[in-house]
Design a protein around this ligand. Sequence first.
Ligand code: GCW
Length: 682
Amino acid sequence: FAQKDYKLWLQYEKKTDSPIISDYLSNIKGIIALENTATSKIAQNELQIALNAMLGSQFQVTVKPEGNHKIILGSKLVLTPEIQKAIGSDFERINEEGYIIKSVSIKNNKHIVITGKKDIGVLYGVYSFLRLVQMNKSIKNLHLIDAPKTNIRILNHWDNLDRTVERGYAGFSLWNWQKLPDFIDPRYIDYARANASIGINGTVLTNVNANALILTPQYLEKVEALANVFRPYGIKVYLTARFSAPIEIGGLKTADPKDLDVMNWWKNKAKEIYKRIPDFGGFLVKANSEGQPGPQNYGRDHVDGANMLADAVAPFGGVIMWRAFVYSEHDANDRAKQAYAEFVPYDGKFRDNVIVQVKNGAIDFQPREPFHPIFGAMPKTPLMIEFQITQEYLGFSTHLVFLPKLFQEVLESDTFQKEKGTTVAKIIDGSLSNSKLTGIAGVSNIGNDVNWTGHPFAQANWYGFGRQAWNPDLDAEVIADEWLRCTFSNDEKFIKPVAAMMIKSREAVVNYMTPLGLHHIMDTGHHYGPGPWVSDLSRPEWNPVYYHKADKNGIGFDRSKTGTNATAQYAPEVEKLFDNLETCPENYLLWFHHVSWDYKLKNGQTLWNSLAFKYQEGVDQVKEMQDTWNKTGKYVDKERFKEVQMLLDIQYKEAKWWRDACLLYFQQYSGKELPVGVENAS
Ligand code: GCW
């Protein structure tokens, strides 16, 4: 059991279907490896091990370009002139990390060439090729050209040095700081393999809320060891920089970004890090957010803080990812507006090696949020998006929710900044601003659980995040199909219903938790389960009633002109759409409007009835998910089958809990009966 769960989407299951095997075997007779770098060796090994396992064969790796039906591996410069010629102008269509997979004919011999401008492209090409084989796809007449659309495709680990993981639901941190640097857990290598297989090329090892200890020499030595493991897989290591580090570990009296000693301290710290890790990625910073220190403590601003750090890492090619997740207890009016208000005036003022990291929505990783209004509003500043792969607000690792559907919805959203069609994807891939620095971050859902992510289906969210970071336009349905085939089975009778179940799962969670634009009504603090009622938290914006504002008249947060006017932060077309109760998409209705209980929705039903129906629909959808899964027993190993079954049982129980708790609670305001068809425990 451990084996299968652990192997993620790299199962390399032995094929049993003889026509398929013989088809592959007639096209693959061995591997020719033209290159000898650490990365190339990984590519060769992976290909050899995987093909041997899947095809029950013993493929040899040779170095001379000869024979027939070989898979030839090598980056552009090591290819023979004949092969180079056969690839032709394809190289012009890829960037430094891209790859080409092409069936070529050389001196009447047929081969498959996997190449790129660099060895990392070859590695990505190998994983792509293996995906074809895993999925039983034809490998005849191949001509695949692919390259990532973003530069920084990165996981953010919210891992603390004591190995607890903030908002982590899959065990403890993978990083065993106590045993590092000398003990290299083989799991670090599997982590790197898994990431490389989906194109992730960066990892922030530490929590944005972590202390400064990670920047001391004792820890940097350990970070260096991890960087050495990850490097050949194309993965750069980044760290969080606690803004007050010069005080805490540097013995300075201040962390004022305009103080000369502070600037020098960071410059020296950067030098020290780059001496150990020449390709160190840079820093991720959470400053003046949720009580973390930052430049504002010294009367400075985000630009002062970010640029000071940017200057320290610039000589070494490092970047600063400066988070825009800011809101304060001093502005209880509308938390959703603060990041935009604080950051947009700084557009164009950051150094070239600063990228502002913006959460997908303006509140906080809710089951559904409209896209963050900063996207498109800072055309002179590189912006990267931050998604949460870990399910802080979506049922932890207990609920099955396929997040690529959520990610896609955000990436496809049209900001109308500059012009129609300026989607969030186009902003973060740099097409709007012609930015050279682009990126996507995902808050990791990985821990030391045997299956990495707690829920077997949460692996799909890690997988999907990587695939969408590579190509923000990739459809969630394609991702579900790939992941299922590589992780479980190619049987159509399994794939079709289970893929449909995954796709539906996102809407199900919205329905049973926060339908029609409701948000942040999870129980306070841990954010698991319903808790729309008043909690006695000191900060109003941590209190669920702040978000739903239910009263006798209705429910919802008026962010339109008659309310906080947060809608004005969007481009005029979007503003108009959201601002008007009649045109506001019903998905976002209660996000932007306080709506009367009797208001008629498009379905002709009152808001109260519609809300009740949505909660019921969510419950029914989970029931359908259970029914679907219960029929998959013959395609899935017993252990994973049972595991998912138990988790779905919990999810069903908790969907009902959500429905009952929320409807009972809101009913005291609406004063209305539940419509026929909606069950309730009361
Ligand atoms: O989602 C909230 C979480 C905090 C987190 C914060 C952030 C790391 O509840 O745990 O802190 O966001 O993104 O900084």
